[in-house]
Unconditional design. Structure first.
Lengths: 120, 163
C-alpha cells in the first residue's frame, strides 16, 4: 500500500514514518509532501491508499487539502496528525471527511488504534 | 510560581488577572512533548531565568480568534542540537534541521496550549529566530507566563503572551 505523509516539518515527517514502522506498517511505500498543494499534486499523480496530514502548513493547509479532495470526488482515506487535538478540531476533521485525528505528541499505540481497519 | 499576574489598573494599583491557562497546564503540556519526542523528563525550575548569553533558538506560534496571543519556546543552540538529533534519529543534523525541530516543538507545545484556551481560534505556522542576545517582542501583547523548565540538559523557557 502507498501512504502519503504531509507535514511542513521534515523532523515530523521522519517521526511519523518511524512511528508507522513501530506500529507495524513499515512495509508500505511511503511518499512525503511539505504542504497541501504539493500533496494534492502527488495524490492526483500517484493515488495513495492513505493520506496522513498535518493541519497547519504554508501554501495549503490540511483542512483545505481535505476539502479540495472531497469536493473533487476524491474519497482517499485521510487522517490528520496534528498538534490541535481539541474536540472542536476533531469534529471539524470528521465533518470534513477525515477518518481520524491523531494528536501530537503521539506514540505507536495511537497510530495502531487509528490505522487498524484502514490499512490492511 | 503563582498562576496569577499583577497588572496595573487605571489608577495604578495592581489588579490580579487570572489567565485562562495555568502554570500547571503549561508545564504538563511541555512535559508531555519532551517525554514523547525527546525521552526527557522536564521539571519546572521556579524562580529560574534563562542564560541570555550564547547562541539560542526561539520558536513562536501565534493564536488568533477566540483568544489572541502567542506561545514562545526558547532554548540554547546546544540543547536544540540535542533535541534535533533525537527527533531526526541521527547526529548528522544541519542548522536548518535545528530550526525545523525547534519550530515543530513550538508547534506542539503551542497547539496543545491552544486546545486549553477559548475558541474557536487558529494557530499560525511557527516562526523561528536564531542568534545571540536578542529579545523577541510580540506587539500588542503582555506576558502571562514565563516559565523555565529543566531536564538535566540546558533548560528551556516557555512563555505565553496575550493581546
Amino acid at each position: 500500500m502507498r501512504i502519503l505523509v504531509v507535514d511542513d516539518s521534515k523532523a515530523m515527517r521522519m517521526i511519523v514514518i518511524r512511528t508507522l514502522r513501530q506500529a507495524g506498517h513499515g512495509g508500505n511505500d511511503i511518499e512525503q509532501a511539505e504542504n497541501g498543494r504539493e500533496a494534492l499534486e502527488l495524490i492526483n499523480a500517484d493515488a495513495p491508499d492513505l493520506v496522513l496530514s498535518d493541519w497547519n502548513m504554508p501554501e495549503m493547509n490540511g483542512i483545505d487539502l481535505l476539502r479540495t479532495l472531497r469536493s473533487a470526488g476524491n474519497e482517499v482515506p485521510f487522517g490528520f496528525v496534528t498538534s490541535e487535538g481539541s474536540p472542536e478540531m476533531r469534529e471539524l476533521a470528521t465533518s470534513s471527511g477525515a477518518l481520524f485525528l491523531i494528536a501530537k505528541p503521539f506514540d505507536a499505540d495511537s497510530f495502531s488504534e487509528a490505522l487498524d481497519g484502514v490499512l490492511v | 510560581m503563582s498562576s496569577s499576574q499583577l497588572s496595573p489598573s487605571a489608577n495604578g494599583s495592581p489588579v490580579i488577572v487570572d489567565p485562562v491557562v495555568s502554570v500547571e497546564d503549561i508545564v504538563a503540556v511541555t512535559q508531555e512533548v519532551w517525554s514523547a519526542l525527546l525521552g526527557l523528563d522536564l521539571e519546572l525550575e521556579a524562580g529560574a531565568s534563562m542564560d541570555a548569553s550564547g547562541p539560542s533558538i526561539t520558536g513562536c506560534v501565534q493564536i488568533t480568534g477566540g483568544w489572541e496571543g502567542a506561545v514562545l519556546l526558547s532554548c540554547s543552540e546546544r540543547f536544540a542540537r540535542i533535541a534535533t538529533e533525537a527527533m531526526f534519529g541521527t547526529d548528522d543534523v544541519t542548522d536548518d534541521d535545528m530550526i525545523d525541530a525547534v519550530g515543530e516543538l513550538t508547534n506542539m507545545v503551542g497547539g496543545n496550549v491552544k486546545s486549553l484556551l477559548p475558541g474557536p481560534s487558529q494557530l499560525s505556522v511557527p516562526s523561528v529566530a536564531t542568534g545571540e542576545r536578542y529579545v523577541v517582542h510580540i506587539p500588542g501583547t503582555s506576558q502571562l507566563h514565563d516559565l523555565v523548565l529543566g531536564c538535566g540538559q540546558d533548560p528551556v523557557s516557555v512563555s505565553i503572551w496575550h493581546s
